[in-house]
Write a protein that binds this ligand. Structure first.
Ligand code: NAD
Ligand code: ZN
Length: 387
């Protein structure tokens, strides 16, 4: 089959790889029809992780079931499914707690942070930027879609990651109707956090970034863009809140290799949130800060300051003084997935507004390059392995 493969830092190639096979009676094989490039792929693409050469990218996947193992009960051949990026068993202690993002059965070692398709340090599972994908514990890990799935793939595929992740940021931040919420980052994840806040009925949603095209997307859903090249979020928010600060905030930036200041950039978003969120307000952090020594292995050649990327100097004193709370981590996608699917099915959410490009899988190398450079107009890329 054709697949988008990591060949080294900033080098993706579309190559022939062996077709996946059923390896366990609970597996299914899904023919991938829609798969996205994510900001999280860039941590691997840019060479910041121990992602192995030859691994297939892709954790935001949707497709049609073409084969099921002998123990699969619910899924049937022909069904359209979307696949939460977390791979989980459904029966371990963590899954029972609803923490499918820390599944003990599927993660590579007890200290790892869960399992995912096509990810560094999250198990050996291949990604779905390919024609086919093996889905472990498929009855648990596939969310069935309705009859409109085929025509609305660009909406439903967002359920694999960025819609629930944006929603998770607003959950950790405790966004409620009427709240004033500030989002850092107008990438796909920040835009989905803003969208979630709007759906929850937030009174005002500010989105901070310095890319005009991305800020314009935020405006499309009624959020208020703050172009950090021209405005200081602190001044805008203080003026609008009589100096109190926003009720809550979301960090949707994480480590950004493109900022010349590298890790300082990450501390800037965290310190700005602490500064601009009110006393006792909550901050939801979904932006990824790759740990210093992932999996205890030797890192590949690094771009940027590898030593510092997970260590972010934040003003702990101010955080404590203001009585704020911070929630962090990967989204447990399954927690939100059915609800968000049904918002889409009911016509109340249309997350495909975030998409800028729909391309055949063959064009993955160029698409990675444009998305990685944050080129004007490249907000979110969808790939179709079937052309
Ligand atoms: P992205 O990296 O393209 O988006 C980041 C945006 O932040 C960019 O538009 C960039 O211009 C902007 N930015 C950079 N520095 C900034 C600053 N100081 N202030 C405000 N904005 C700034 O991609 P994305 O897909 O939106 O992903 C964002 C982050 O979310 C990444 O770290 C990604 O790994 C992470 N993520 C986390 C989860 C999770 O489960 N927690 C899931 C998906 C993605
Ligand atoms: Zn993703």
């Amino acid at each position: 089959m054709k697949a988008a493969v990591f060949e080294g830092p900033r080098n993706v190639a579309v190559e022939e790889k062996p077709d996946p096979r059923i390896e366990h009676p609970c597996d299914a094989i899904v023919k991938i029809t829609t798969t996205n490039i994510c900001g999280s792929d860039l941590h691997m693409y840019e060479g910041r992780t121990s992602f192995e050469k030859g691994r297939i990218f892709g954790h935001e996947n949707l497709g049609q079931v073409i084969e099921v193992g002998s123990a699969v009960r619910k899924l049937k051949v022909g069904m359209y499914v979307v696949l939460p990026f977390n791979i989980a068993c459904g029966f371990c202690k963590q899954c029972e707690r609803g923490l499918t993002n820390y599944c003990l059965t599927m993660q590579p070692e007890p200290s790892a942070a869960g399992a995912a398709y096509g990810f560094a340090d999250m198990g050996p599972y291949q990604g779905g930027q390919a024609e086919f994908l093996r889905v472990p514990y498929a009855d648990f890990n596939a969310l069935r879609l309705g009859e409109d799935a085929e025509e609305r793939q660009a909406d439903y595929v967002m359920l694999a990651d960025i819609f629930p992740t944006g929603y998770h940021a607003t959950e950790m931040a405790g966004v409620k109707p009427g709240d004033q919420t500030v989002i850092y980052g107008a990438g796909p994840v920040g835009l989905m956090a803003a969208y979630s806040a709007v759906i929850k009925g937030a009174g005002r949603v500010w989105v901070c970034d310095f890319h005009t095209d991305r800020l314009r997307k935020a405006e499309e859903i009624g959020a208020m863009p703050i172009d950090m090249r021209e405005q200081d979020p602190g001044e805008v928010i203080k003026e609008a809140t009589l100096g109190l600060g926003a009720d809550n905030g979301c960090e949707c930036v994480g480590y950004q290799a493109h900022d010349p200041s590298g890790h300082e950039d990450a501390s800037r978003t965290m310190n700005s949130l602490i500064e601009n969120v009110r006393f006792t307000g909550c901050i939801g952090v979904v932006g990824v800060f790759v740990p210093e020594d992932p999996g205890g292995r030797e890192a590949q050649p690094q771009i940027g300051d590898f030593e510092a990327k997970g260590k972010v100097p934040i003003d702990w004193g101010k955080l404590w003084f203001k009585g704020q709370k911070i929630g962090t981590g990967q989204a447990p996608v399954k927690r939100y997935n059915r609800r968000l699917r049904d918002l889409i099915a009911g016509g109340k959410a249309k997350p495909s507004w975030v998409v800028s490009h729909e391309l055949p899988l063959d064009q993955a190398p160029g698409a990675y390059d444009h998305f990685d450079r944050r080129d004007e107009g490249w907000t979110k890329v969808i790939l179709h392995p079937d052309g």
